[in-house]
Design a protein around this ligand. Structure first.
Ligand code: G3P
Ligand code: MG
Length: 246
């Protein structure tokens, strides 16, 4: 089986715990600390602009209120997505995926783009994220890896941009995981490390798929997972798990 060609240690939501999540500041922090790969979440605003956002509502990570799917991006531009984290990050914008992706390419950051649709927008989000990812990374040495918990989002990404690699996101690995991987044409399985058994890790690798675990914040656990054959981990603790950790 081909060796995992991407970063083995991936900074979660941009800068993990060292910056406000899903922001340009987070991407810059990951780069500053020497990380070569980042994960972030992409959702559609009401006007279908793909943005970096984890929650379906604005409250937790911005100065705004209401649903992402009901707020146009021009209105999100007035919001502060950094003050909830620290005073130093006040005024940090909600980044469009276009801007964040361009910054990744400029900084030489590879990305695991998690397609995170608001409820009811699986296909639209998958299609839009895949098309923009293809355009943004067209000249980059490594294509980004698209992943999602939503099979319909991955199916739409596959239909729109079949050439971009896809990863299936899950909590625990379901019994029918292989048929699911085949149907969605996925190259990797992304699971919650707390629900992974060593024999499952072996089975995934033996079936010819790469295996990624989230969100691993303890170096000892990371070591155990790599010992099981896990290819990559997503971490919040950029301060504890160095980019060259193995
Ligand atoms: O992609 C791995 C991880 O980000 C999935 O969980 O909720 O942090 O997006 P979440
Ligand atoms: Mg995510």
């Amino acid at each position: 089986m081909k060796t995992w060609p991407y970063a083995r240690i991936i900074a979660h939501r941009g800068g993990g715990t060292l910056a406000p999540e899903n922001t340009l500041a987070g991407l810059r922090k990951a780069k500053e600390l020497g990380f070569s790969g980042v994960e972030f979440d992409v959702m559609l605003a009401a006007d279908a602009t793909p943005i970096l956002m984890h929650d379906e509502t604005l409250e937790r990570t911005t100065s705004g209120t209401g649903a992402i799917a009901a707020t146009a991006y021009r209105d999100m531009l007035k919001l502060d997505a950094g003050s909830w984290y620290s005073r130093e990050h006040a005024g940090e914008p909600v980044p469009s995926f276009e801007r964040a992706g361009a910054l990744c390419v400029e900084l030489g950051l590879w990305a695991n783009i998690e397609i995170k649709p608001a409820k009811g927008y699986d296909a639209e989000t998958g299609r839009a994220a895949a098309q923009l990812a293809r355009a943004l990374w067209s000249g980059a040495p490594l294509p980004p890896l698209l992943s999602s918990f939503q099979p319909a989002a991955l199916a739409a990404a596959k239909a729109a941009v079949p050439e971009l690699p896809r990863g299936a996101l899950t909590g625990s690995i379901p019994p029918d995981w292989q048929s699911w991987m085949r149907a969605l044409g996925c190259v990797s399985l992304h699971c919650d490390y707390r629900l992974l058994l060593p024999q499952q890790a072996r089975a995934v690798r033996e079936a010819g798929y790469w295996l990624l675990c989230y969100t691993v914040n303890d170096p000892e656990i990371a070591r155990v997972l790599f010992g099981w054959g896990v290819d990559a981990i997503v971490t919040d603790r950029l301060d504890l798990i160095a980019p060259d950790f193995s």
